[in-house]
Ligand binder design. Structure first.
Ligand SMILES: Nc1ncnc2c1ncn2[C@@H]1O[C@H](COP(=O)(O)OP(=O)(O)O)[C@@H](O)[C@H]1O
Ligand SMILES: [Mg+2]
Length: 397
């Protein structure tokens, strides 16, 4: 260890507002809907994107915007491990309590909770909300009414609510969720003229599809906002800001490499930035630091995503030997099926087609639509490096 202080990078956690880059279009669009909410209209947004693309970061940026630029009260609720509606409302109201603690209007809110629910414990700075199961069921059923009552209590200070339900992936699988959401929206439409509540769900693209299969009419309710890769300029902007913040200079060839291997993926730019930050010893990131950083990041990302998804999921010995061969030939990011096939033995050739289909399903490669048929590419620059590293390791043992 050296005395470098803290890394400005946050792989795996939402990015701090001052290092947030890109997403301008989506932000503008969502702010338009937030303005609708201010005039009393209930809005529903489904924020979709792959794992690690930046959904939670965008949600947290928007909550900051709402908090500092509007008189709407925002909460960001993580529901990753939640699988019942009761747990969900529990999390939502607990988060509301946490966020209001310390606000002058906390008294109004806690009064509301005491009336609505029997027990509320306040120890010092932490608030714990432990209603009996029966009351949670009631809260699930009367969710619109509960929100409306809450709004009444805070109407002097806040004119609306912005609620993010993040990581709803587990919840969406449940039949109950889709139906509950549908009746939530229907009830508001039929019973309230004014319901200034913005709901934003965040989840994986396949979860949106799942939801629309379970409850087709639900997807007419949502405005779907999708986020994809960042542009290289945005990645560069991020890396510059982050290293600048800790007074580290980045040489231009080093920057080019870090940007290229980030492949537009926010999670990768943080992993690469972080690894490089810890490797550097002289406050200047040069090409060598960048290369070492990229290799370290490849190792980490491979262990986190490829190991469980590919190396441990693939049992077939023929698939395994194909993987090793891809490493040995140092497969480039974009490759033609027939070129690789030429390097395989008869046994491997027989299953190569299925192998490609399998790793496509696993999200490791995609079809390169811009090239001739039979051209594939790895979804990022890091995966082929890890595959190469793995084959080197195999040779050694
Ligand atoms: N717009 C952005 N600017 C800078 N860093 C970002 C941005 N979006 C995401 N990140 C970073 O990328 C990683 C994944 O982001 P996260 O918001 O957790 O993605 P998701 O919720 O889609 O899985 C985190 O390390 C986060 O800090
Ligand atoms: Mg997230």
């Amino acid at each position: 260890m050296n005395d470098k202080g803290n890394s400005p990078f946050t792989p795996g956690s939402p990015v701090p507002v001052e290092l947030f880059v890109g997403r301008l279009e989506q932000i503008k669009e969502i702010i338009r809907y937030i303005e609708q909410v201010s005039s009393g209209k209930q809005e529903n947004v489904f924020l979709v994107g792959d794992r690690g693309i930046g959904k939670s970061s965008l949600a947290s940026f928007l909550r900051y915007y709402v908090k500092t630029q509007t008189d709407i009260f925002g909460v960001h609720v993580f529901l990753g491990r939640v699988s019942t509606l009761e747990e969900m409302v529990h999390h939502i109201f607990e988060q509301i309590l946490k966020e209001t603690k310390g606000q002058p209007w906390f008294k109004n809110i806690s009064k509301f909770f005491e009336n609505y629910i029997r027990s509320i414990d306040l120890f010092g700075i932490s608030v714990s909300f432990n209603p009996p199961e029966q009351d949670l069921k009631e809260l699930v059923r009367k969710f619109p009414e509960a929100l409306n009552n809450l709004l009444k209590e805070i109407k002097e200070q806040k004119k609306g609510l912005f609620i993010v339900l993040d990581d709803i992936n587990g919840l969406v699988e449940k039949l109950g969720f889709a139906n509950w959401y549908k009746s939530f929206v229907d009830e508001i439409a039929t019973h309230y003229d004014n319901f200034p509540v913005f709901m934003m769900l965040a989840g994986l693209p396949e979860k949106r599809d799942k939801l629309s299969n379970i409850q087709p009419s639900l997807m007419r309710i949502f405005r779907v906002v999708e986020i994809k890769k960042l542009a290289d300029e945005e990645v560069e902007d991020f890396l510059n800001k982050a290293f600048n913040n800790v007074n580290i200079k980045v040489e231009s060839d080093a920057m080019k490499l870090m940007v290229r291997y980030s492949s537009g993926l926010p999670i990768l730019m943080h992993e690469i930035g972080d690894a490089t930050f810890w490797i550097d010893t002289d406050e200047v990131i040069d090409k060598k630091d960048a290369i070492d950083g990229i290799l370290t990041a490849a190792q980490k990302v491979g262990e986190k995503y490829l190991d469980p998804k590919v190396y441990r999921a693939i049992r077939s010995s023929r698939y395994k030997s194909i993987l090793r061969k891809l490493g040995e030939i140092q497969i480039p990011r974009t490759f033609k099926k027939k070129d690789v096939e030429a390097k395989l033995n008869a046994n491997e050739k027989k299953v190569f087609h299925n192998f490609l289909r399998k790793i496509r399903e696993l999200g490791v490669i995609e079809i390169d639509v811009e090239e001739e048929r039979g051209t594939y590419r790895f979804v990022n620059e890091i995966y082929p490096i890890y595959i190469w590293m793995e084959s080197q390791r195999f040779k050694k043992v």
